[in-house]
Write a protein that binds this ligand. Structure first.
Ligand SMILES: Cc1ncc(C[n+]2csc(CCOP(=O)(O)OP(=O)(O)O)c2C)c(N)n1
Ligand SMILES: [Mg+2]
Length: 670
């Protein structure tokens, strides 16, 4: 509700509503013989006040763009969320789903999985991710608010975060970002129960969280998390804050579970029949498992129904708004049909002009076109803007109170940036892309993994993609990263060879609304290789023959900057009368999705294979054969960390050269 009822909630009333959450959680965990009852029981009162008095939501319209977002960052407390979804009347969740908590095929997974049920705004479980996604959601809200005004976009993001969420390093990045951007629509409810798995929080932390948040520019407050009036007071005063708010809710973990409450024993595990019976008694809940008496259920359903009025009013406002169509297009992240021809034009221009440049610069050229055609791309970088080439002409910066821009300075917060981008994509209405060095993809990896798991459109721009980084040396030279990223299911990994492939890969990344993409770009210059213009996106199949002879004896397989080495190697072989072909493989991910016939043909049956990539060999055996089985082609690439020096010297030092590829081919032909 936008303007919460002023009446102070009645303690006993809230307690009884909350006890429904508590017992459903206990019964579900007991039935599953696993799970986490402690958090749902501890935070039930807080959640009840939030859902009944503040949260703007409509279970019958879970996709309502102007709903408040509720993020259970401490995903282990999933039964809190599932109970609330069922109690408030989301039609997609049934009492049977609660009975099948943590069972294969049930939407009530151990931790909340976005997409399994409406109302699960993001996938949580890896601590720290949810609170960081929430920063992105709150930011997306402000960006859209700046564009469409209060009448269409004016909502809050609420987070329940646990001790663990706040101890994780990523939380530091997230709250620094939120504080700097002064996201006053973000409210974090910290489950301040002083307990973690190993025991009292004091075993591992004495952080003064209130001071910490304050230092990052947040407004802070504290309340007794079992006192309805106090919770209400804190939440109400948070509504008008001029900065993000953190409320420390002092709670007792496992509230109502005899012998376990207040201790780490309440955190997880089935309590057992005796404790369950004791809890029923303690909470004065004399009903069968999974039974919520009508009076309580009806009250919960009434809470769920309250938001319909606000929803209807919003629908009416939108219908009357001149911006209705623009808003719908934006919130649905429609890619305008003009994008494809604009990128084709760029490809044609590049094929004609043949620039010699780093693919990161080519990425900027593609982004110039993209950001001109799309209104909802939001760029950014983790303090490497001039290196990542992520900021294009005329992009206005987003800053505290100024949300009408399109570029975010995430600061030196790679993990926080990746998680915030996930949150922005989940919110909808913006398509985030953000950059750092490929070597620091490790710093983003848990969030990249979650983007892939959720299947959301986020574009991770990773420049300086090999030993071609040069002088900065092995700390800055990725070698194992491409292999590690290719191992993440549902992540599209791209490594374009030149400006033309770069434009193609960008198009493929943006067009796919159901998957994240990661594009690796070079620092060092490469020649334009696609000299014959095609309107067709040749990168769409993941790999294709760039050039070749019909009677080829050798196939060079390469990605990114090494494709030009393959082209050079082919010319050298040709001079010796040996026919060969060059296959560019900008995306293994997409190549693997092609028909067997296509893949077979592209790989060049009957030819010897030489793979060239300035990265570790892992994965290449699939295309060139196995050394162990004696069927191997050759691999020209990295077998160790890199070295500091001018990039050409580093390539020579590790034997990644056209001559090495030629020698390898000849060896195989013998
Ligand atoms: C990144 C990450 N590390 C470890 C875990 C395993 N884990 C789940 S909950 C938890 C900490 C429990 O303490 P707290 O966050 O305070 O939750 P509470 O027990 O109070 O519910 C840990 C270590 C995890 N889920 N995510
Ligand atoms: Mg805790």
């Amino acid at each position: 509700m936008t303007s919460p009822d002023q009446a102070i909630p009645d303690q006993q009333h809230v307690r009884r509503l909350a006890n429904a959450i508590r017992m459903l959680s206990v019964d579900a965990v007991e039935t599953a013989k696993s799970g986490h009852p402690g958090l749902p029981m501890g935070m039930a009162d807080v959640a009840t006040v939030l859902f009944s008095r503040f949260l703007k939501f409509n279970p019958l319209q879970p996709g309502w763009p102007d709903r408040d977002r509720f993020v259970l960052s401490a995903g282990h407390g999933s039964m809190l969320l599932y109970s609330l979804l069922w109690l408030t009347g989301y039609p997609e969740i049934t009492i049977d789903d609660l009975k099948h908590f943590r069972k294969v095929g049930s939407p009530t997974a151990g931790h909340p999985e976005h997409g399994d049920l409406p109302g699960i705004e993001t996938t949580t479980g890896p601590l720290g991710q949810g609170i960081s996604n929430a920063v992105g959601m709150a930011l997306a809200e402000r960006i859209l608010n700046a564009r469409f005004g209060d009448e269409l976009v004016n909502h809050k993001t609420y987070v329940i975060a646990s001790d663990g969420d706040l101890m994780e390093g990523i939380s530091h990045e997230a709250l620094g970002l939120a504080g700097n951007l002064r996201l006053s629509n973000l409210i974090v409810l910290w489950d301040h129960n002083n307990i973690t798995i190993d025991g009292p929080l004091s075993l591992s932390s004495h952080t003064d969280q209130l001071e910490r948040f304050k230092a990052e520019g947040w407004s802070v407050d504290a309340c007794n998390g079992h006192d309805a009036a106090d919770i209400f007071r804190a939440l109400e005063s948070a509504q008008s804050a001029d900065r993000p708010v953190m409320i420390a809710c002092r709670t007792i973990i496992g509230f109502g579970m005899p012998g376990r409450q207040g201790t780490q024993k309440a955190h997880s595990d089935a309590p057992g029949a005796e404790v369950v019976a004791g809890t029923r008694k303690e909470l004065d809940w004399p009903y069968e498992p999974f039974v919520v008496p009508d009076d309580i259920l009806n009250q919960w359903r009434a809470i769920g129904a309250t938001g319909a009025k606000a929803y209807d009013a919003w629908v009416a406002r939108k219908a009357a708004s001149k911006q209705a169509k623009a808003f719908d297009d934006t919130i649905n992240d429609v890619i305008p049909p003009s994008l494809a021809p604009a990128l084709v034009k760029l490809k044609e221009q590049l094929s004609a002009e043949k620039p010699k440049a780093g693919t990161r610069k080519m990425s900027e050229k593609a982004l110039d076109v993209i950001n001109g055609e799309l209104q909802n791309t939001i760029g950014g970088s983790a303090d490497l803007t001039p290196s990542n080439n992520t900021k294009t002409k005329g992009m206005i910066e987003i800053s505290a109170g100024q949300y009408n821009g399109r570029y975010i300075h995430y600061g030196i917060r790679e993990h926080g940036m990746a998680a915030a981008m996930n949150g922005m994509a989940l919110h909808g209405g913006v398509i985030p892309y953000g950059g750092t060095f490929l070597v620091f993809s490790d710093y983003c990896r848990p969030s990249i993994r979650l983007a892939a798991l959720m299947g959301i459109r986020v574009v991770f721009v990773m420049t300086h993609d090999s030993i071609g980084v040069g002088e900065d040396g092995p700390t800055h030279q990725p070698v194992e990263h491409l292999a590690a990223l290719r191992a993440i299911p549902n992540l599209k990994v791209f490594r374009p060879a030149d400006g033309v492939e770069t434009a193609e890969c960008w198009e493929l990344a943006l067009k796919d609304s159901g998957r994240p993409s990661l594009i690796a770009f070079s620092r060092q210059d490469v020649p334009t290789l696609r000299l014959h213009h095609t309107a067709e996106n040749l990168s769409a199949k993941g790999a294709y023959e760039l050039e070749g002879d019909a009677d080829a004896k050798v196939t060079f397989l390469a990605t990114g900057t090494e494709v030009s080495l393959a082209v050079e190697a082919r010319a050298k072989l040709a001079a010796e009368g040996i026919a060969s072909r060059v296959v560019s493989m900008p995306s293994w991910t997409l190549f693997e999705e092609q028909s067997e016939v296509y893949r077979h043909k592209v790989l060049g049956p009957g030819t010897v294979k030489v793979a060239i990539e300035a990265a570790v060999r892992q994965g290449w055996d699939r295309y060139i054969g196995s050394e162990l089985l004696g069927t191997a082609g050759a691999f020209v690439g990295m077998h160790s960390f890199g070295a500091s020096g001018p990039w050409k010297d580093v390539y020579a030092r590790f034997g990644i050269t056209a001559d090495a590829a030629v020698a390898a081919a000849k060896r195989l032909l013998k």
